[in-house]
Design a protein around this ligand. Structure first.
Ligand SMILES: Nc1nc2c(ncn2[C@@H]2O[C@H](COP(=O)(O)OP(=O)(O)OP(=O)(O)O)[C@@H](O)[C@H]2O)c(=O)[nH]1
Length: 198
C-alpha cells in the first residue's frame, strides 16, 4: 500500500497575504492540483495542517480530503507535519510532497515509489547536490524512526532524517527528464512572484 502526505501547515510568510495553498493555478487551488496528481498513484492521501483552527479557517471546502492530521509538535516547521502524518499513514511507503508544488507529475511520483522499493527512501538529487526531500518517497517505519531521531537531536531541517536512514536511493533529477522533460514537477511556489501564469 502507498500513502501520500501533502504538507500544508506552513505560514506562507514569504508569499505574504493569505493561504498560499489555496492560491489558484490554472483555475484550481494548488493543494487541489497536488491532490489530483497523487490520486491515481497512492491508496490514501493525508493532508498535514498545523492545527484544527487552520483546517477550519482555510480548508472549509476541502473537507472531502480526509483525513487531516494536526501537528503534535509546534514551531519546528515541516518536520512536525511529517512526524504526525507518518504515524497516521497506513502505507509501507509514503510520498511526502508540499502543497505549493502545482505541477507534480504522477509519473515521476510513481517512478520514485518503484525506485524506493526494498530501500529506505528514494530522494531526487540535482547535479549540484541539492536534494528534494519534499518530493520524495520513504519507507514509513524507517522514516518514523529517522524523524524521531532528528527531532530528538534538535535537528529540524527537512533533510536531517536522511542522515539516520541506512539505505537511501538518490535519483538523479536529470534522469527524471525522461518522464518530465521540463522538470515542472519540482516547481515550488514560495513567493507571489513564483506564481506560474498558467
Ligand atoms: N504541518 C506543517 N507543515 C508545514 C509547517 N511549516 C511548513 N510546512 C509545510 O511544508 C512545506 C514547506 O514549507 P516552507 O516552504 O518551509 O514554508 P512555507 O510556510 O510554505 O513558507 P514560508 O513561511 O515562506 O517559509 C509547505 O508545504 C508548508 O505548508 C509546519 O509547521 N507544519
Amino acid at each position: 500500500m502507498r500513502s501520500g502526505i501533502i504538507l500544508a501547515g506552513g505560514r506562507s510568510t514569504r508569499f505574504g497575504g493569505g493561504e498560499k495553498s489555496l492560491k489558484e493555478v490554472g483555475g484550481m487551488p494548488m493543494i487541489c492540483r497536488v491532490k489530483g496528481s497523487l490520486d491515481n498513484v497512492v491508496d490514501e492521501i493525508i493532508v498535514s495542517v498545523r492545527d484544527e483552527k487552520q483546517r477550519d479557517l482555510v480548508f472549509p471546502y476541502l473537507r472531502e480530503i480526509t483525513p487531516f492530521v494536526y501537528d503534535e509538535l509546534h514551531d519546528i516547521g515541516p518536520l512536525a507535519g511529517v512526524n504526525a502524518c507518518l504515524k497516521a499513514a497506513k502505507g509501507e511507503y509514503v510520498v511526502v510532497v508540499a502543497c505549493d508544488m502545482p505541477f507534480i507529475s504522477p509519473e515521476v511520483v510513481d517512478y520514485l515509489f518503484k525506485a524506493a522499493e526494498g530501500h529506505d527512501a528514494a530522494v531526487p538529487v540535482r547535479e549540484n547536490g541539492f536534494i528534494e526531500p519534499l518530493h520524495a518517497v520513504y519507507r514509513r517505519e524507517a522514516m518514523i524512526q529517522a524523524v524521531d531521531e532528528a527531532i530528538r537531536r534538535g535537528r529540524r531541517r527537512i533533510a536531517a532524517p536522511l542522515d539516520y536512514l541506512k539505505d537511501v536511493v538518490y535519483v538523479p533529477v536529470e534522469k527524471l527528464r525522461e518522464i518530465d522533460p521540463d522538470l515542472k514537477t519540482f516547481v515550488n511556489v514560495n513567493r507571489a512572484e513564483d506564481m506560474p501564469a498558467e
